[in-house]
Design a protein around this ligand. Structure first.
Ligand SMILES: Cc1cc2nc3c(=O)[nH]c(=O)nc-3n(C[C@H](O)[C@H](O)[C@H](O)COP(=O)(O)OP(=O)(O)OC[C@H]3O[C@@H](n4cnc5c(N)ncnc54)[C@H](O)[C@@H]3O)c2cc1C
Length: 226
């Protein structure tokens, strides 16, 4: 639940026609909308609905602040209500975008003084893609936990030496095992900011590991998807 979505707040609503659905794997895709005058800060998310459907869901913005399109990265959840409908959208279909929302994003005060460690499970990589594309020259390292290497979505978009892909079901990644096992084995310099995004189990486990390594809550920012 997003605390910023209080009913008494003014919420910007935009109607867009889908411009592209770019398929990344059998069940993951990038949905593109025209950016138009839509404003956001890298790391924020939108609330999306499909015209004629009463439900909405939240999605991190995948594209850069100054990008030409407004993009989201979506995984179709088997048996889910909304994500399978998104997958079946076609170019020209109308969607409703509310937002932008949230405070997940780079700690601007530490932007140039600290190392930024991005820790993502699955589509939790989306806000980090936006941050990396928005901030050329950023001192970051992305740790991405997936099951198979083909779920390291658009890995070519990042400087390869700045990414560690942890694959839990095949040995093709940089680290064979769970992201949390990689964290346990890894040392981080003192001046590090951590950003965690994805499912709650990963986030809670990762926070415990970071705490045991001496990083307090102030150095960790989180975005929980489910
Ligand atoms: C702030 C925020 C940002 C988000 N950003 C993204 C994003 O960038 N990309 C994205 O794909 N999703 C994102 N989500 C999740 C998204 O809002 C939906 O929950 C997701 O698309 C499933 O919706 P659904 O209607 O298909 O499933 P539902 O019918 O609502 O739920 C079905 C089940 O799927 C679980 N579930 C939700 N997401 C996932 C997932 N990714 N993998 C496995 N199980 C899941 C739910 O816990 C639930 O048990 C975000 C959520 C939040 C709160």
């Amino acid at each position: 639940m997003n605390v910023d979505m209080k009913p008494d707040l003014h919420i910007d609503t935009h109607y867009y026609k889908v411009t592209e659905l770019r398929s990344l794997t059998e069940n993951t895709f990038v949905l593109s909308l025209p950016k138009s005058r839509f404003k956001f800060e890298a790391g924020q998310h939108i609330s999306l609905s499909i015209m004629g459907d009463y439900q909405s869901r939240e999605y991190s913005i995948y594209s850069a602040e100054e990008g030409e399109s407004l993009e989201i990265l979506v995984k179709e959840v088997e048996g889910g209500y909304f994500s399978p409908k998104l997958k079946h959208l076609r170019t020209g279909d109308l969607v409703e975008v509310h937002g932008s929302f949230g405070k997940f994003g780079l700690d601007e005060k530490k932007r140039d003084t600290h190392q930024h460690i991005f820790i993502a499970s699955g589509t939790g990589i989306a806000p980090f893609h936006s941050m990396v594309k928005t901030n050329p020259g950023l001192n970051y390292h992305l740790i991405h936990g997936v099951r198979y290497l083909n779920e390291a979505y658009e890995i070519g978009e990042y400087e390869r030496s700045r990414v560690t892909v942890c694959t839990s079901r095949d040995e093709k990644g940089d680290f064979y095992g769970r992201l949390t096992d990689y964290l346990k084995k890894t040392d981080f310099v003192k001046n590090t900011c951590f950003y965690l995004c994805g499912n709650s189990d990963m986030i809670f486990d990762a926070m415990e590991i970071l705490k045991s390594k001496g990083f307090d809550r102030d150095s960790v920012t989180v975005e929980v998807y489910f």
